[in-house]
Ligand binder design. Structure first.
Ligand SMILES: Nc1ncnc2c1ncn2[C@@H]1O[C@H](COP(=O)(O)OP(=O)(O)OP(=O)(O)O)[C@@H](O)[C@H]1O
Length: 347
């Protein structure tokens, strides 16, 4: 869907900023670069693809460049260097009209501060994007009502944003983004202002919409548990670079460096890693015995199955036994031990 290569965003005087990518300054730390050139490199030589239908999470601490990167995708921020395409079309070559169309129809953004119009009702807020698109009043109200129902706000159509809770306001923002029926939804820390319970509820809502509709999503967060919960793949950023890009299991199970290892240290591994990380080849007879688990089964679920059956469980995919998991292999994952020889074969 999105294809990004060698992308840079350097803030600062335009001519100076343009000189940074590819120069001897490109490798300087943020502080040194600022000192020597007066520029801030917010995104540095980033490359990745967002696949159709995937939930792609951009994660990192405050200031790591997440918002800048995602804003570059629709040129809300103009990249300094690199290439960028959506569905094969060069985004950097788009003229203003085509860019407007990209932002209105193809890639809708859901912001942390909901950006609702205070004097309009819920229904009219949701219909707003359609109004901009030029859709007639009856059609847009019908479409908006459908989206309001989809995000669970039935009955609140006539309220104004001030009469809603934070979670409900964010649902309005979500419904408004969905109403445009975009190919991709871009979320910029949409839930960080919400209290933890409502936040979890909204994460569930987004996960549900994602699974039901298979819509492509790019989701920014600084919250690791949110990233692990929602992401098919996660790009972990540090100082403007992507330090690791992988599935939650890859990031937690095989951190690329000490920074990532430290980042994921407190994650309950057994809830993220699957039986692939704990599996060993089946010995004679084992391939036909014991409970059968799919490769996507988490270690915590497998522990329950093994405890119940009292013996190893098989990992089965399309009728084929990929291997077995036993208590030793599962415990090794919980303890964070490296996989013993022969284990974790398909991880
Ligand atoms: N308009 C700007 N001019 C100069 N520097 C900027 C500008 N916008 C962002 N920056 C800098 O770029 C870096 C990355 O900022 P960005 O907002 O992308 O980070 P972030 O990871 O989204 O952070 P947060 O989680 O706090 O929103 C920071 O050092 C920030 O100070």
């Amino acid at each position: 869907m999105f294809s990004v290569r060698g992308l840079w965003k350097v803030f600062g005087p335009r001519r100076k900023a343009a000189l940074v990518p590819g120069s001897e300054h490109a490798e300087l730390s943020a502080a040194e670069l600022r000192e020597r050139t007066g520029c801030t490199a917010a995104v540095r030589d980033v490359g990745f693809d967002v696949r159709k239908g995937e939930a792609f999470v951009v994660m990192g601490l405050s200031g790591s460049g997440k918002s800048t990167l995602v804003r570059c995708l629709t040129r809300l921020i103009e990249p300094t260097a690199g290439s960028l395409s959506i569905d094969g079309e060069d985004v950097l070559a788009m003229d203003p009209a085509r860019l407007r169309e990209l932002r209105r129809h193809r890639a809708s953004m859901v912001f942390q501060h909901f950006g609702l119009l205070p004097h309009r009702t819920v229904l009219d807020n949701v219909a707003y994007g359609l109004e901009i698109q030029g859709m007639g009043r009856a059609d847009r109200r019908a479409k908006a009502a459908e989206m309001v129902a989809k995000v669970g706000l039935d009955g609140l159509e006539d309220r104004r944003p001030g009469q809603l809770s934070g979670g409900q306001q964010q649902r309005v923002g979500l419904a408004r983004a969905l109403a445009a029926d975009p190919e991709v939804l871009l979320f910029d820390e949409p839930f960080s202002a919400l209290d933890p319970l409502i936040r979890r509820e909204m994460q569930g809502e987004v996960a549900r919409l994602h699974h039901e509709e298979g819509r492509t999503m790019v989701f920014i967060t600084h919250d690791l548990s949110e990233a692990l919960r929602l992401g098919d793949r996660i790009a972990l950023m540090r100082d403007g670079r992507i330090v690791q890009l992988g599935t939650p299991e890859e990031i937690v199970g095989s951190p690329a460096d000490d920074y990532v290892r430290d980042f994921v240290r407190d994650v309950p591994r057994e809830q993220v890693l699957t039986v692939r990380s704990a599996m060993r080849p089946a010995t004679d007879g084992e391939a036909g015995r014991g409970p059968a688990l799919t490769p996507a089964t988490t270690v915590v679920e497998a522990i329950e199955a093994v405890a119940r059956s009292g013996g190893p469980a098989r990992v089965v995919d399309g009728g084929r036994c990929l291997g077995v998991v036993d208590d030793a292999g599962l415990l090794a994952v919980v303890a964070g031990l490296p996989a013993p020889a022969g284990r974790g074969v398909a991880a």
